[in-house]
Design a protein around this ligand. Structure first.
Ligand code: NAD
Ligand code: UDP
Ligand code: UDP
Length: 327
């Protein structure tokens, strides 16, 4: 090893952190692990494989800086780390409604365990919260100061209220125990590694279009969402983790370009060159009418704006699912 190599190793060592990613084998978590490894960190991925899978992390399993632990975050976890990204929680309605009690436990008991861990080892901890905490919003676009409009006893409540309670716990541990916290309110994100059968709109429409099956638009398709490509989202999460300690958020992270579900369906049909027809199915209970983040705070505090537009992001995602379906 020559002198330059020694210096290089030395520098990497000093910048290297031990980082825990809960839910690290899921869609967002696996991209986050990739990003943190590429930055030279030592990554511990914890996941119970409820919705995530080994395929998402297979390419990093042999990386010496990567470690996987199969564990359910509703149970205590004793490890020594510097930073924690808490992503463990099923995110698509069909998955989080499959076992709603477990969904609430994952958000609430999971947050308590992660916060207890962060308190013991004095780690910095980031919560993957969600735009769902705004419910079916009366404010548009949604700003962080908006308290939301959530049905506490509906089918989405296990997820929405679980995530709201997790935010409460984060802020109480911050106030009571002086923990360094970051809360990211993530808006609809899409990209490679999404679960092909998770019922989320982008993955569902792409898989239906590629298979030539009918595209299932719920309701008349006039409800809107704003779709962020995964690389932009991960970039923002890492920037948020590295903001000064006095910045806690909550901060909206998402792409403010808003599309109706019908527009999304038409775009996906065009980009895949599919002959699929659009069919309409009933709108699910408590389905928010519109959703679009106000990202003024993210721009100011993270110096971040999304760079990848819908068409470019859809093309990358379509390429992933095309290869996935052919396997
Ligand atoms: P995902 O379902 O792909 O990932 C969640 C991961 O958590 C999976 O790998 C799953 O196996 C794991 N998990 C679930 N319960 C667990 C438990 N009890 N213990 C350990 N691991 C558990 O979903 P995603 O889209 O990657 O979402 C990641 C996080 O981001 C979630 O917390 C979600 O609420 C949040 N989020 C995502 C979006 C989005 O559009 N993708 C939007 C808002 C918030
Ligand atoms: N905990 C954990 N790992 C740790 C420390 C704590 O999983 O390294 C769990 C612990 O089981 C507890 C929870 O985190 O149930 C909350 O911890 P805290 O110290 O805040 O509360 P207490 O232990 O006083 O109930
Ligand atoms: N949606 C749809 N067809 C589908 C799946 C979803 O029309 O096959 C609609 C759904 O009703 C909602 C929007 O797409 O209005 C986004 O749904 P998703 O489950 O992806 O996310 P969320 O509702 O949590 O934003």
């Amino acid at each position: 090893m020559d002198h330059t190599q020694v210096k290089q190793t030395h520098r990497t060592y000093h910048h290297q952190k031990r980082i825990l990613v809960t839910g690290g084998a899921g869609f967002l978590g696996s991209h986050l692990c990739d990003h943190l490894l590429a930055d030279g960190h030592d990554v511990l991925c914890v996941d119970n494989f409820f919705t995530g899978n080994k395929q998402n992390i297979r390419h990093i399993l042999q990386n010496a800086n990567f470690e996987f632990l199969r564990h359910d975050i509703t149970f205590p976890l004793y490890v020594e780390v510097d930073d924690i990204y808490n992503l463990a929680c099923p995110a698509s309605p069909i998955h989080y409604q499959f076992d709603p009690v477990q969904t609430t436990k994952t958000s609430v008991h999971g947050a308590i365990n992660v916060l207890g861990l962060a308190k013991r080892v004095k780690a910095k901890v980031l919560q993957a919260s969600t735009s769902e905490i705004y419910g079916d919003p009366h404010q548009h676009p949604q700003q962080e100061a908006y308290w939301g409009n959530v049905n506490p006893i509906g089918l989405r409540a296990c997820y929405d209220e679980g995530k709201r309670c997790a935010e409460t716990l984060f802020f109480d541990y911050h106030r009571q125990h002086h923990l360094r916290i970051k809360v990211a309110r993530i808006f609809n994100t899409y990209g490679p590694h999404m679960h092909p059968n998770d019922g989320r709109v982008v993955s569902s429409f792409i898989v239906q279009a590629l298979k030539g099956e009918p595209i299932t638009v719920f309701g008349d398709g006039s409800q809107s969402r704003s779709f962020c490509y995964v690389d932009d989202l991960i970039d923002a999460m890492v920037k948020l983790m590295n903001t000064p300690d006095d910045f806690t958020g909550p901060v909206n992270i998402g792409n403010p370009d808003e599309y109706s579900v019908l527009e999304l369906a038409r775009n996906i049909i065009r980009l895949t060159g599919s002959k699929s027809q659009i069919i309409h199915k009933p709108l699910p209970e408590d389905d928010p009418l519109k959703r679009k983040p106000d990202i003024t705070m993210a721009k100011k505090h993270l110096g971040w704006t999304p760079k990848i537009g819908l068409e470019e992001g859809l093309e990358k995602t379509i390429a992933y699912f095309r290869a996935f379906i052919q396997k």
